[in-house]
Design a protein around this ligand. Structure first.
Ligand code: ZN
Ligand code: ZN
Length: 278
């Protein structure tokens, strides 16, 4: 088998409000991403738009942020991606209580993979000014405990193939208080759920571009996943072509240091482990 690099968690457009899909869901834009991937030696490139950009998301959740963002048609997106060389994915939040509706929404489309995310804990988000979890109690033990419990539920739901940016709660780095306890205590329930569910753990270079300035997940989290026999997936979470494969030199040597020699690839929601390239 040939060694391979993947970039599966990729957005075709920025996160700003109101960007019309017609500007970004074009063959030319897909080609810009494909060219960037080819230049970075990435053989497997897929896109995973946020579920909350699509009106269908409102069958899962009625959060005001989603209501404001949900304009596009999910099937039009799927049809567009299928006309390109891109793998078809989606980034879908885990919405507690909406498991059956989420399964129905995802199962009705022929995705190559689904990236499962936790951005919100309850009604507030760990990475979202405006819906900021840190404006509440701000107790880091409480925030981290609740975040990793949600992540565990996300993994355990069985709805998703890849667990996105697994310790996103650290995104702001030292701008918010960090727990004093050994973070492994917080990781534990999530790693247990990862091991039980078999979901692939995303190594995301997006964290290198954020205030925290390090990969998702933290090394200790990844070590626990390795010990638990988890599979890994590799992505940049790019929102523009120039970020495709961002920081991969670092991510690949980091994975090799951990003893990870294989990476997950997906087709029609079937996973294969292939030798890690780069
Ligand atoms: Zn995300
Ligand atoms: Zn994303």
């Amino acid at each position: 088998m040939e060694a391979v690099l993947t970039d599966y968690h990729v957005h075709l457009r920025p996160d700003e409000d109101g960007t019309p899909p017609e500007r970004f869901f074009t063959a030319e834009n897909a080609d810009r991403y494909l060219a960037a991937a080819a230049g970075a030696g990435i053989a497997e490139l897929g896109v995973s738009e946020h579920i909350h950009r699509f009106t269908e998301a409102l069958t899962l959740w009625h959060h005001p942020f989603w209501e404001e963002q949900a304009h596009d048609d999910l099937d039009a997106y799927c049809e567009f991606v299928r006309r390109t060389e891109l793998r078809l994915g989606i980034e879908c939040d885990f919405v507690p209580g909406a498991e059956a509706r989420t399964a129905e929404l995802l199962g009705a489309r022929d995705f190559d993979y689904v990236v499962g995310s936790v951005h919100f804990v309850g009604d507030v988000a760990v990475d979202h000014p405006g819906w900021d979890i840190w404006e509440g109690s701000g107790d880091p033990d409480e925030v981290w405990r609740r975040y990793f419990e949600s992540l565990a539920a996300c993994a355990r739901s069985g709805l998703f193939d890849i667990l996105a940016h697994p310790d996103l709660v650290k995104v702001w780095g030292r701008a918010h208080p960090l727990p004093e306890r050994d973070p492994r205590e917080f990781y534990e329930p999530a790693v247990e759920a990862i091991a039980e569910s078999g979901i692939a753990v995303e190594v995301s270079t997006a964290g290198l571009r954020k205030p925290v300035g390090e990969l998702y997940p933290a090394r200790a989290f990844a070590e626990m996943c390795v010990e638990a026999g988890a599979a890994f997936a590799l992505s940049s979470d790019a929102h523009r072509p120039s970020d495709v494969g961002f920081g991969y030199d670092r991510a690949v040597s980091w994975l090799r240091d951990l003893g990870v020699a294989e990476i997950s690839t997906f087709e029609r929601r079937r996973r294969r482990l292939e030798p890690l390239g780069g």
